[in-house]
Design a protein around this ligand. Structure first.
Ligand code: ADP
Length: 468
């Protein structure tokens, strides 16, 4: 079985978040299961920084190899992709994103055929690749090269749909008959087209698969999602356990294993406090955050909590990029309270590792969360996540039960600052109760987030689709 992964973020070549992690790792986990994959990615500026040799193979296409034998094809177009950003600049999204990702989608077919790469499945990720299932059905259905090919669309985040003015439809190269598939409140919507035309739709956790079919979390597409006969499959993301392993991590101050973590955690915490210019004190609980500074991640709750921090006795380190308004508010709070709160507004892989390793707790009070990788990474580093019970957080973090000594994190329900504050209060108490504190950290290391199970579920889904 051969699968083409179509995604516009693939680690280590291009990443802004979980999409890049998943699309760089899942193919590697499928390889030993006998699922051959090829990957298609735009050739952005800086893909060479992944450290691998990239060579031309076809006009407008270059290639490298990851894993044992996974070809990564880079679709080249200087004007569209040789830019600093993937989706936009600090001023906002690039105005030609429709053209950029339409070009990418159309090229996937040309390159597959041009290189005579026969595949069984086109596995497309998020709205940027959502035209591909539509093109497969509407433009290539009668082409013998693609006739038996099936498509899978995975939604990593329903909030991003690729919505453009109605008049832009003409640029997609599709007939008017297909237009209703794209129509969305007077505009056109790439993701909607993809959901309607793909053979299967999946998303990145079981809970999120249910949530997106409700008006509250359906982002206007809940009815379209509910109308899919065979339903939406939720497969929780795994973690690249080689990359996120404190026992071999070369980016952290002191490596440590799950069997012997106390000393390593202590040293990493002290280093992080030093780097963040916070007082070095192992008895103060340190709360970390790595992620996008956006509403989705619970930024409003974090900011509100920091603004009125009575009763809060910890330190906070925030590493993130995102919306200007949150950046400004956080900068203001850190200026007012530099001995408590450190902020770094950059995308910094090394510092991210240090925050995961050096923090005691990880803040993730998301408003919604399709899957979330940060909570899994932090658990792997013995850093206890404080999460809202939503989406993938509900599937991966179990509330600590002090009687049974079970669970790996602290969980609250409603999206409100009081609920969040009370979870933080529980964290502060737990931190000073040595037996329980040790136990929850042991539990966190025990949690299995390997890709094994999830990769098998994808393989089974592909098989099921091909035998249908
Ligand atoms: P998202 O919704 O952004 O995909 P995830 O939790 O699924 O959130 O994945 C976020 C990934 O991006 C994690 O690997 C996290 O460590 C990384 N990340 C996010 N922001 C930064 C940053 N500013 N610097 C370094 N890594 C970051």
């Amino acid at each position: 079985m051969k699968v083409a992964f179509c995604a516009v973020e693939v680690f280590p070549f291009a990443k802004t978040g979980g999409l890049g992690d998943v699309c760089g790792t899942l193919p590697l986990a499928l390889e030993p299961l006998g699922v051959e994959t090829v990957i298609f990615l735009p050739r952005y500026r800086g893909v060479e920084q992944g450290g691998l040799k990239i060579e031309p193979v076809h006009p407008g296409v270059s290639r490298t190899v990851i894993g044992k034998n996974i070809s990564v094809y880079f679709i080249e177009h200087k004007e569209y992709f040789d830019r600093d950003g993937i989706y936009g600049s600090p001023a906002g999204d690039y105005p030609d994103n429709l053209e950029r990702f339409q070009y990418y989608s159309a090229q996937v077919f040309h390159v597959l055929k041009g290189l005579n790469q026969k595949v069984d499945i086109l596995h497309c990720h998020d709205w940027h690749a959502a035209l591909i299932p539509v093109y497969l059905k509407e433009l290539y259905g009668r082409d013998s090269f693609f006739q038996r090919v099936k498509s899978v669309l995975t939604i990593h985040n329903l909030a991003h749909q690729g919505v453009f003015p109605h008049k832009e439809y003409a640029k997609l190269g599709l007939s008017g008959v297909v237009l209703p598939r794209f129509e969305f409140f007077g505009k056109i919507n790439f993701l909607k087209g993809g959901i309607e035309e793909s053979d299967r739709v999946t998303t990145v956790s079981r809970r999120y698969a249910e949530e997106i079919q409700t008006p509250e979390h359906g982002c206007g597409l809940d009815a379209v999602l509910r109308s899919r006969r065979e339903g939406i499959t939720g497969i929780v993301n795994g973690l690249d356990e080689k990359m996120w392993d404190p026992s071999v991590d070369s980016l952290i101050a002191r490596r440590y294993s799950r069997e012997d973590f106390q000393e390593g955690k202590r040293i990493n915490k002290a280093r992080l406090q030093t780097a963040a210019r916070l007082p070095v004190d192992e008895n103060v609980p340190l709360f970390g955050f790595v992620g996008r500074l956006v509403h989705q991640k619970g930024m409003d709750l974090i900011i509100e909590m920091l603004r009125q921090a009575d009763g809060f006795s910890g330190q906070v380190v925030i590493l993130g990029t995102g919306e200007e308004k949150y950046r400004k508010q956080l900068e203001e709070i850190s200026r007012q309270n530099p001995s408590r709160f450190a902020l770094c507004t950059a995308f910094n892989e090394k510092l991210a590792h240090q925050v995961y390793a050096g923090s005691d707790f990880f803040l993730m009070p998301s408003y919604f969360e399709p899957c979330g990788l940060s909570q899994m990474i932090s658990l792997h580093y013995g850093t206890i996540p404080i999460v809202r019970r939503i989406g993938g957080l509900a599937d991966t973090v179990a509330a600590f039960d002090a009687n049974r000594l079970s669970g790996n994190g602290l969980v609250f329900e409603a999206y409100g600052v009081e609920e969040f504050r009370s979870a933080i209060r529980v964290a502060q108490t737990l931190f000073h109760q040595k037996d329980q504190w040790d136990r929850i950290r042991h539990n966190s290391f025990e949690t299995d987030f390997s890709w094994d199970q999830s990769a098998k579920q994808y393989r089974d889904l592909y098989q099921c689709l091909l035998s249908a």
